[in-house]
Design a protein around this ligand. Sequence first.
Ligand code: GAP
Length: 510
Amino acid sequence: MSDNSNKFKQVISHAKEYGFIFQSSEIYDGLSAVYDYGPNGVELKNNIKRFWWDSMVRMNHDIVGLDSSILMHPKTWKASGHVDAFNDPLIDNRDSKYRYRADVLIEDYVAKIESKINKQVDKAKSKFGDSFDEKLFRETNPRIVENQQKIDYALSTMKKCLDDDDLVSFKNLIIELDIKDPISGSKNWTDIKQFNLMFSTSIGANSESSSEIYLRPETAQGIFVNFLNVQKSSRKKIPFGIAQIGKAFRNEIIARQFIFRMREFEQMEMQFFVKPGTQKEWYEKWKEKRMQWHKLMGFNEKDYRFHDHDKLAHYADAACDIEFKFPFGFKELEGIHSRTDFDLSQHEKFSGKKLRYFDPESKETYVPYVVETSIGLDRMFLSVLTASLQEENLQNDTKRLVLKIPAFLAPFQAAVLPLVKKDGLEEKSNELYENLRPFLNVTKDEKDAIGRRYRRQDAIGTPVCITIDHDTLMDNSVTFRLRDSMEQYRVDLNSVRDELLKLTNFANFL
Ligand code: GAP
């Protein structure tokens, strides 16, 4: 088994063992691609939300918040294009009975060739050292050129098939590229069919008066339909943004990557409304700003990269992903899209209501253009867990599993631990615990030897353990034990709160 697949298994089992994530309805054998967040998970998730919300809304004077409903008028989804075009091309393998997204089969084919190219480039790099010209090598090495042509052919042919909605040619491409079922190796494929990803339900008490509605597949449309309500009530001038965190639902076909691809998930989306013609400039600004935001967490910067889209959705004039290196490879974490005036214009058309902005300076009226940033909260959670879970060898031949989560995201900022439960130490700990609670999310733990308690806190990412010992009763000081360095030092009880805030407050990381 590869290191990466081991790492992924380790993340999944750690998430369960330490109360971060459970399979939904587990006692009924689970519901596929739906997950529940346990006591530590919900704290981490709330902190990620707060990190996003504070950076997006609190720290930007030109962005305001919204919390729109999950259920929306069904015409919303006709206008947005989701009823007609929110589809995945599906293909079944007759022998294995497995179902795949046809575009993912092609993407996996491309990823394999890319990995061959990268290996060859790395080899040449180490052979030629500083004098190595990677661009020239990629352009002239015959094997690389040939492999790149294969990639270009596969992607451009797939794009044409999808643009023309030509599913017969799409299947022929899979046959031509000799793509096999990754599980069984069989090439016995069915035809490709389009499958709509929206969940539908009905609204209304009886069958005559009820009508079909959808669970929203993205939060963005709640922002678009409220554009004028928000703009007028908050008296915002363009350019300005509306941010929202909320649930979204998609009937995903391939749902085998833990919380990476879920059927019920949360999005953190921001739509930035700009004057037509300025969208390119804003798109570049948001691309830069979002990447900077990810870097605030202090993880390995090489694990983040941009992927510019060649294949643009019909409503976009530019789009890219911020990809993160998950254990199963670089995959989309966040999307940044320049969505033109498509959504607002469509809602004008379908509702018959104007969604225009009157510019008080230029006296012009126009439908604004939109630059969107959209990140999956659960995907972000998985990236944080993956990047922070580390197994360390200690001096005495033991190991520790530690979650090196940024302190402002950790489920608890500190744990208060009495060395023993007697001699008044427990009472002293409780006093400190109660004093800290209004200001910080702290936990306490009295069971087991102190070393085991440190390990437990390491495993859930608590950045500081505060130990109350017999000296505390004499000199009014406690031991701070830091998660990452395991360094220990004494702190006066009266300074504990300020010290903790210094070490863990989000503002210190900006
Ligand atoms: N409003 C734009 C939009 O929804 P998207 O690329 O379909 O764009 C945005 O989704 C983000 O939502 C993705 O980058 C990803 O992080 C997250 N996301 C999408 N589908 C998901 C799923 N099935 N499970 C978990 N997260 C998902």
